[in-house]
Every structure is written in C-alpha cells, then in structure tokens.
Design a protein around this ligand. Structure first.
Ligand SMILES: [Zn+2]
Length: 316
C-alpha cells in the first residue's frame, strides 16, 4: 500500500493558546513520525490547498462561514476571541481551517487517482463537531464532510457513496447533522456516552431518504477495549451488508486513548493499530480502494505521537 500524509506548517497558525487543542499537538505528531526515518521517507508528502467558498458551501451556511471569517478579523485586532466557551479563533484560524478542509480534499484526490491507498490528514483545527450552521467544540469547518462532498462533486462517475467512520471519543454531531437526510453518505460514529456534546444515541438513525444511513454506537466509560473492538468490527460488518461505499473517510480522533485527559475510554496504541487494519481492510472493498483519515481529537501530548505513528504504520 502507498501511504501519504498531508501536512502544512500553516496548521500551527491556528493559535488557541493554553487550550487542549493546541499547536503542540501537531508538533509532537510530526516529530514522532519524522523520528521513524524509514516510515517518514516512505510517506508521500502532500501540501493542502485552501478550501474555496464552493467547497465550504457544500456543507456550511454562508452565515457560518462568515462568522469564522469575521472572528479571525476581530482576533487580528483583539487577540484571540471565543466563538463559544471552548472554540477559540486567532487571526490566522480562518486560513488554517481552510487548509485543513482543503487538505482533506487533496487527500481525496490522491486516493481517487490511485496515487495512494491511505492518506492521513494531519490537520488542525479538527472538524467533526462543526454543524451546517455553527462552528463548535474546537471545530471551525467540517473537514471530513467537506471532503466527502468534494469527492462526490469532483468525481461523480467514480464516487457516489461515501462511508464516514468516526472513532473519536466524542460524537461527530456536525458530520451527522450535515448528512442526516442524505442516503449517499453513511455516517458511523462510535463514542463515549453520556459525554460531550450529548448527541449520538442509537435512536438517531437519519431522517427522510437518509433514514438508516446513520449508525451511532454509544459506549459507556471504561468499556473493556476488547468489547469495544468487537462492537466496532460488528458494526462495520452490519454497515457493509447493506451499503457499498466507493470511498472510506475516517474521523480519526485519538481521545479514546487510555491516557487522554478528555475521555474515559481505555483504548491502547495496539487498539488503534487494530482499528487501522480493520479500516484498511474495509477500504480495499471500496471501488476507490483507499481511505482518507482526518485528525480530530487526541490531547495527551506525551502519547499522541506514538498513537498516531502506530495508526499510520498499520495502514501498510
Ligand atoms: Zn474528541
């Protein structure tokens, strides 16, 4: 398998200060990957582009985009500003957020063209809490959702059905919101419950034509990791029995790690390697044959590098 990584030092320009989702996350992740010289040399490096208004409009209202843009303009004068009690914007956050979404789209290009079978978008800010109408939960634009709609719009003959798998410890409420009535994008989230943001019950299954194309598997804190992995695998089997994706996109949040300060799950680095191999196996059944993983959560600076390194190495 050819694996690639989307990186940009501009992801450091989203400056949240002393916040869990801080610039150092990107730095420790890149430092750890580069320390594995063989792996780093093998990874194809891809630069993101800044997502266009057209890219963003496929998932967000003009008002939501304007609030982020205005937030960055205000932050340029006032220093950082808070969009809500945990979503911070700095002067360059809007630019970084467009590069995060554009990075996910570039990764789609690389996978759909057959250049890569696995792409990891090492982006920040993260995206999966950003709803159609609102930035929230550290997220400004919904990177994985924008990539899904980009794939369908750019490659209409090749990419009709997209599966999004979200294993972040928090429910991907934004992604669910965007595709809730859309049967062409299946959204599967496994997350701790009850936990932020409070959504993601099993009764949330989609609406209208999209009914049945959302699957939420809420799990209790401190669930046995073997049980978690069994549920994850069984859920993927259930989805694939009725939905044949052309492309697999992943909201790769690592805050379900046993050491993470923002979650109470007990997943280990080995668990994430198993998840990675499971997802790579699913990707091989899709018509594009590949997967794009976008970084979401993961907040322990001492462990995040090793966890992501293992996840990427296991894609091969
Ligand atoms: Zn999270």
């Amino acid at each position: 398998m050819a694996t690639g990584i989307i990186t940009s030092s501009d992801y450091l320009r989203h400056d949240t200060g002393r916040h869990p989702e801080r610039r150092e996350r990107y730095q420790v992740l890149l430092d750890r990957l580069k320390a594995d010289i063989d792996l780093w040399q093998d990874l194809l490096k891809i630069e993101p582009y800044a997502a266009t208004d057209q890219d963003l409009w496929r998932c967000h209202t003009p008002a939501a985009i304007e609030r982020v843009r205005q937030g960055s303009l205000q932050a340029a004068i006032a220093g950082r500003i808070a969009l809500d009690h945990d979503t911070i914007i700095s002067a360059d956050s809007e630019a970084a957020a467009r590069l995060a979404a554009g990075g996910a789209c570039r990764a789609v290009d690389a996978v759909v063209s057959g250049k890569l079978t696995g792409a990891f978008v090492a982006c920040r800010p993260p995206g999966h809490h950003a709803t159609i109408a609102n930035a929230m939960g550290f997220c400004l634009y919904n990177n994985v959702a924008i990539a899904a709609r980009y794939a369908q719009a750019t490659y209409p003959d090749q990419i009709r059905r997209v599966l999004i798998v979200d294993f972040d410890v928090h429910h991907g409420n934004g992604t669910q919101d965007i595709f809730y009535d859309d049967p062409s994008v299946f959204f599967f989230s496994m997350h701790q419950h009850p936990w932020y943001p409070g959504t993601g019950g099993t009764d949330e299954r989609g609406i209208g034509n999209g009914e049945g194309s959302t699957l939420n598997i809420p799990v209790p804190a401190r669930l046995n990791p073997d049980h978690y992995l069994r549920l994850f695998r069984d859920s993927l089997d259930r989805i694939l029995a009725s939905f044949s994706p052309d492309l697999l996109l992943v909201s790769a949040g690592f805050d379900g790690h046993e050491s993470d300060p923002l979650g109470d799950l007990l997943l280990t680095d080995q668990c994430y390697r198993i998840i990675s191999r499971e997802l790579a196996a699913v990707a091989r059944t899709t018509s594009s044959g590949g997967l794009v993983s976008c970084l979401e959560g993961g907040y322990n600076l001492d462990t995040l590098g090793d966890t992501v390194h293992g996840f990427i190495a296991a894609l091969d």
